[in-house]
Design a binder for this molecule. Structure first.
Ligand code: AMP
Length: 142
């Protein structure tokens, strides 16, 4: 990863403009500049870590606490009916900014969007044995 500050670090430092809505010692949140819905907010660790797995545990906990606290506040401000929360974790998943960020996207009845199940391509046809193997392998990794 480059040592140049990410665009999100530049927003947090005030180097470039951003609509910051939340800030603690470890986490910040600001409105997405190209919102999918009114109130679309990005929750980020202040320090740039590229992937979820790179985050220190305490920062990951702080980030989730911020998502949990902000979601109802955002819903009430934009009068949303629900929220989709998601992370594009890695470029194959659509991550463009190499600085972990949680998308908090307000949702509205009849907004024409889909559930999180719509993000992947065609569904795999997995046998029970294949499912069991995958589950066992995931469980066995420390
Ligand atoms: P992702 O594809 O998950 O990496 O999402 C990156 C998000 O960052 C996109 O939704 C962009 O609209 C958003 N974004 C990019 N630049 C800025 C910026 N300067 N201020 C706020 N949001 C931004």
């Amino acid at each position: 990863m480059s040592n140049d500050p990410t665009i999100f670090e530049q927003i947090i430092s005030g180097e470039i403009p951003g609509r910051i809505v939340y800030e603690t010692d470890t986490v910040a949140a600001f409105l997405d500049a190209n919102p999918l819905a009114p109130g679309h907010t990005l929750v980020v660790p202040k320090e740039a870590h590229e992937r979820l797995d790179d985050l220190p545990d305490d920062v990951a906990a702080d980030m989730w606490a911020a998502v949990q606290s902000l979601t109802p506040r955002i819903e009430s401000v934009v009068d949303a009916d629900a929220t989709t929360v998601g992370v594009n974790d890695g470029s194959a998943a659509g991550q463009e900014v190499p600085h972990v960020h949680v998308h908090v996207v307000p949702r509205f009845e009849g907004d024409g969007g889909g559930p999180i199940h719509a993000v992947a391509g065609s569904r795999p046809d997995l046998s029970d044995d294949e499912m069991d193997d995958i589950a066992d392998e995931i469980e066995s990794i420390e």
